[in-house]
Design a protein around this ligand. Sequence first.
Ligand SMILES: Nc1nc2c(ncn2[C@@H]2O[C@H](COP(=O)(O)OP(=O)(O)O)[C@@H](O)[C@H]2O)c(=O)[nH]1
Ligand SMILES: [Mg+2]
Length: 216
Amino acid sequence: MVVIPMILPLLAWGVVAVLGGGLIGGAIGSLFDDPQKNKLGILGMQKAGKTRFLSFLRNIPFEEKASGRDSYVEFRYKLQNKKEITISAGRDIGGGNAYRVDYNKILQSSNVILYFFDINRYLKNELDQDGILYQRSCNSRFEHIYSELKKSNKPIIIVATHKDHVLLSENEIKLKFDTLVQNANKSYKEMLKNIHYVNLTSDAEMKNLIEKIFNS
Ligand SMILES: Nc1nc2c(ncn2[C@@H]2O[C@H](COP(=O)(O)OP(=O)(O)O)[C@@H](O)[C@H]2O)c(=O)[nH]1
Ligand SMILES: [Mg+2]
């Protein structure tokens, strides 16, 4: 099979697509050249940085507020190599449990899924805004997304934000997170092998993340 050599560089970028029990990489960058395939689905926990990420991408000021279901129009983003990508109109939905009903629609209508969670709160396992333990709440979203994506073989990019709030090195964070996931022994763990750890309040880290996602 010629699949293996293609997978390796893509895994390095933390881009994975879920297919059955295996992993198949998908070239995200090239998807955004195709007007039929450039729809981003942004999901994740509450206060994880979804709106901040989207505001940066859209080049509009970030406003601190809890999202409802704010829709955005199609927009363009210029990569460092001057290539412009187009992102189709979509919605910035809240992270709370109340918005879980929107998940399937977004998972079905998007070409690439981005999932955000706060790694500091995950490791501390505090209660989330709905009063549920953070790991449980986040894992249940992982499980939901994984079971949907398995059917469609769409790429997903997982972003662990608030790295700056954890008083550990990135390697230590990764080790801790991976140990938790391995011990939980859930089917979705293959989806969590390569995730991006970032501080989204740093413009440099934000830009770097965007390049990794869209310029691959
Ligand atoms: N320190 C830190 N703050 C972050 C990071 N990512 C997001 N935030 C902050 O977390 C809060 C929630 O962000 P927001 O984008 O509204 O989260 P959303 O609920 O997922 O849309 C805001 O105050 C952001 O500035 C991060 O990586 N580090
Ligand atoms: Mg928001």
